[in-house]
Design a binder for this molecule. Structure first.
Ligand SMILES: [Zn+2]
Length: 198
């Protein structure tokens, strides 16, 4: 017997989500069919609401309710210091670290030739313009400690150095292959402290 079409359709939608395989998509769908109506309403409403109210900051490309975001409009921040991260989640991790008080730039991912992701798919041009226009003195490259992140860091440093700007890379402490998003506060504090010239 085949599953009713509406269930099949829901499963197919869930399968598009990151890290959700066919089995998990099926489990989520049957869970939702059994769940309380108020829970399902809140789930749908929270998704619609976030999609409507969350925007991309026009300066750092972080996700925010107001543009520019609260970090970019914070007058107390060190404006000549720019930390480049891959994703808004990485930005959030570093923003909890107390020894960093500069600004940010969200690149939008990492270089990955095998997946067809080149410089034009990331905000490389926007980053270079930002560094030129805002008189940035130091760029800390905080891409992940995996091979894509390292390739990206090297590429960026080659692009930025001719602008006569100091380029540094997060130092020891980050687990090799580790995603910045999951690094704890102590590890990130140490990584920023021990940043090295590229
Ligand atoms: Zn911002």
């Amino acid at each position: 017997m085949k599953r009713p079409n509406p269930i099949e359709r829901m499963i197919n939608s869930f399968k598009q989500l990151p890290s959700v395989g066919p089995k998990m998509a099926e489990r989520l769908s049957y869970f939702i069919l059994k769940a309380h109506g108020s829970f399902v309403d809140e789930l749908i409403d929270s998704i619609k609401n976030a999609r409507k109210q969350i925007h991309v900051c026009s300066r750092c490309y972080n996700l925010t309710e107001v543009d520019p975001c609260s970090i970019c409009s914070d007058e107390k921040r060190e404006k000549s210091l720019l930390c480049v991260v891959e994703t808004p989640q990485d930005l959030l991790s570093i923003s909890n670290v107390k020894n960093y008080n500069g600004l940010y730039f969200v690149l939008g991912g990492a270089l990955s030739p095998l997946d067809g992701i080149g410089p034009d798919d990331l905000r490389v041009r926007e980053l270079i313009n930002r560094i030129k226009n805002d008189r940035i003195g130091e760029v800390i490259i905080a891409t992940d400690a995996d091979s894509k992140g390292e390739t990206t860091a090297l590429f960026l440093s080659e692009q930025i150095k001719p602008l006569n700007v100091r380029v540094t890379r997060l130092g020891y402490g980050l687990p090799v292959g580790g995603d910045l998003e999951y690094a704890d506060e102590v590890t990130l504090t140490r990584a920023i402290e021990s940043r090295k010239e590229m």
